[in-house]
Write a protein that binds this ligand. Sequence first.
Ligand SMILES: Nc1nc2c(ncn2[C@@H]2O[C@H](COP(=O)(O)OP(=O)(O)OP(=O)(O)O)[C@@H](O)[C@H]2O)c(=O)[nH]1
Ligand SMILES: [Mg+2]
Ligand SMILES: [Zn+2]
Length: 274
Amino acid sequence: MSGCNTGRVVKAISGTYSVVPDDNTDGLIVCKPLGRMRFEKVSPLVGDRVRFEGSTISELLPRRNSFVRPPVANLDAMVILTGAVPPVTDPYVLDVLINFCENVAVEPILVINKCDLDPYDTLWNAYTSAGFAMFRVSATELTGLTALQAAIENKTVAFTGDSGVGKTSLLNSLSALTLKTGEVSHKLKRGKHTTRHTELYDIGGGTFVVDSAGFSAVEAKAPTKLNYREFAVYAERCRFADCRHHKEPDCAVREAVERGELSGVRYGNYLRLL
Ligand SMILES: Nc1nc2c(ncn2[C@@H]2O[C@H](COP(=O)(O)OP(=O)(O)OP(=O)(O)O)[C@@H](O)[C@H]2O)c(=O)[nH]1
Ligand SMILES: [Mg+2]
Ligand SMILES: [Zn+2]
């Protein structure tokens, strides 16, 4: 049948996109974008809703949100994987990711993986006290998975985090998939980008998960707008309405950090991002 259809991009590999048509959720059409779209500098992303004719994507439908890393669109939540064993998550990089989420109104869901080796207490304490949804799991020992599963039910989410943190392992453990996972190099203490493309997987329960290549900490770029949700109630009591909570006198945020009511880890990251 010819004519115009709509669907969702579930896979992207070097300019070729796999689209699941809305009227046939079992089908998969391999498409190329119309040449014009490339001039307009709009490339489809995994998660994008598109209009297509035959095997040509003719139009990108409006996005709710989009990310550069991982390269995805239309997320309900971002699942940020962290860990206390190599590749050890730098809380600064975590805050960069959280700020991107806050700026596009996507809920960050924090996961500490590899808890069979180390439950990462310092990170757990800093971010649960700041009010984030946070889960401790082991993708290999299959612990903590039920609570995480409930948190991502009926949502389209992307797994993100450093290469080697266990995104693909976790996805396999949450589903019947058997995707390839990698080793963490002893010398470099990081993963080797085992996952090389970006793909959206239906894992049941109405949950769709994007797995993509992880990044290295140096690739994380600071966001332009800072968003520290737990500072808000204190910021109302700063002397200056436009207080940056740095060296200003009578700063209620800084005082709360000094009293231990706000996390010093989060405040330190805030100053670095400022
Ligand atoms: N001990 C332990 N090892 C784990 C756990 N989860 C993953 N691993 C190991 O960590 C290594 C990297 O896992 P991957 O799932 O490939 O990591 P990834 O985040 O997908 O990495 P990229 O695809 O490169 O971004 C593998 O050797 C896994 O077996 C865990 O919960 N506990
Ligand atoms: Mg992977
Ligand atoms: Zn202040």
